[in-house]
Design a protein around this ligand. Sequence first.
Ligand code: MCA
Ligand code: AMP
Length: 504
Amino acid sequence: MANLIFDTLMRPWRKSENVFLYLQDGETIRYSTFFGRVARYANLVTELGLEPGDRLAAQVGKSPETLALYLGCIQAGVVFLPLNTAYTPAEVSYFVEDSGARVLVCDTTCQKGLMPIAQACNAQLMTLNEDGSGSLPAQASLQRADAPVVARNDDDLAALLYTSGTTGRSKGAMLSHRNLTSNARVLKELWQFEDRDVLMHALPIYHTHGLFVATFVTLAAGGSMVFLPKFNLDAMCSFLPQATSMMGVPTFYTRLLDDPRFTADLTKNMRLFISGSAPLLAETHRQFEDRTGHRILERYGMTETNMSTSNPYDGERRAGTVGFPLPGVETRITAPETGELLPDGEIGVLEVRGDNVFNGYWNMPEKTREELRENGFFITGDLVQKDEDGYIQIVGRGKDLIISGGFNIYPKEVEQVLDDQPGVLETAVVGVPHPDFGETVVAVIARTSDDVVDLEQLKEAVTAKLAKFKHPRKYVVIDALPRNTMGKVQKNALRDEYKNLFMQ
Ligand code: MCA
Ligand code: AMP
């Protein structure tokens, strides 16, 4: 027994004096110092009573301390459960209860709101603020800077990441040491990361993209990161000249292109720009190449599968496609209704199998069986087509999902909140094109025959229950939702009707 993530991604650099993190305030943190911090957190979570396999939930800002806490959990065999900082207490409550987390870490400003939740779930509440203060780091400072490495099986869980579902109930994706390590190794090789790489990291670290892809690929190579608290054009423009690579969602790229300071000169030290989490418009791809001379490398993944496909590093990076299956990852395309294998060239659902594919959904054996076949193929719900050269193109979604600035929103969750409000007969929540976020949320509401819908009351209910990024940016009240002859709401008709709401 070993601890695969620790042995592969952490142990080799424990004593290294190379810089691991460049921070926005100009400070740098060396690997050796950082891993001392990691060990202190490993000791602390053990002292708090967490045993291997227990969950620690963290709704905290992005900082080196957060990263050290995460890796400290790995070293101590504890399962890390990161939560979007935008989630409301109502949302956090579900995650803590469902996961049975024994410790919940939050920002001091959220402590009062989350205390009743922690008490109800029997979880210890600790604080960790973005500036490195709080009860957790204070206690970690009292710990020793070396710690035992707790042995785990390769299939034991390292992290639990919740993804929303079409039914409106979030599902905890169980990610193992094997899942995360295999993906990091493959991507490091494919994208040719080395210890001299400096990755521009402006993504949040509560999702796969920022937490695993960006951070673990850097660790697999022993490289460095410019570790910004969030996407910030001023900071990016000042740090880009020292970076060699960047990972971002399409909104990062459109925002950079909209800024006149973003020139070829700023990117002259760069070797690689990677995009994912949402579709990158072919037009953005072209504009980016015109401006900088770099062709963005687009890849594709999911919380449940980590990364599954990528455009090539050396070959042609084809705009509008997500490239080829990664080494060690098998893909197939099947008919949505029957699951039968389709011939090349036809549109169908992408299925994925390999070490990258998760262990299943936490406490949801039936959901797991629905989406993860016995033969190991995971049904992604993304509709794809292979072109004549084998490049995979995502042509649509078989699932009712909106992706706004890289964040996923399942309409059902918003519809359930709206449907409960007085005067509302039913609602249809759809995604429409948005110039900044790619897609945004529109709520179409059918009122009951004689009631008046109070929009302010509706918005209040949404604010109380749902994270800001899920809020509809437009509410439309109509008499009846359009339906087809089978009685099914025609969301396509609504998407079409409102497609120009936010576009000039
Ligand atoms: C912020 N807001 C948003 C979003 N982000 N609304 C909708 N969609 C969003 N994505 C809200 C803010 O609360 C604010 O509200 C208003 O919109 C404008 O905020 P702004 O300052 O413009 O936004 P920001 O703070 O700059 O954030 C935009 C962002 C950020 C940089 C695009 O959302 C981001 O970092 N996205 C990356 C998400 C990500 O990492 N996804 C990967 C998931 P108000 O002004 O009213 O207060 S992993 C994944 O998908 C798979 C596995 C994969 O393949 O990677
Ligand atoms: P999640 O697992 O919640 O992080 O979201 C995964 C979903 O993001 C996938 O099922 C896709 O629909 C979408 N996605 C990720 N990468 C891409 C991409 N490069 N192009 C289009 N959609 C993407």
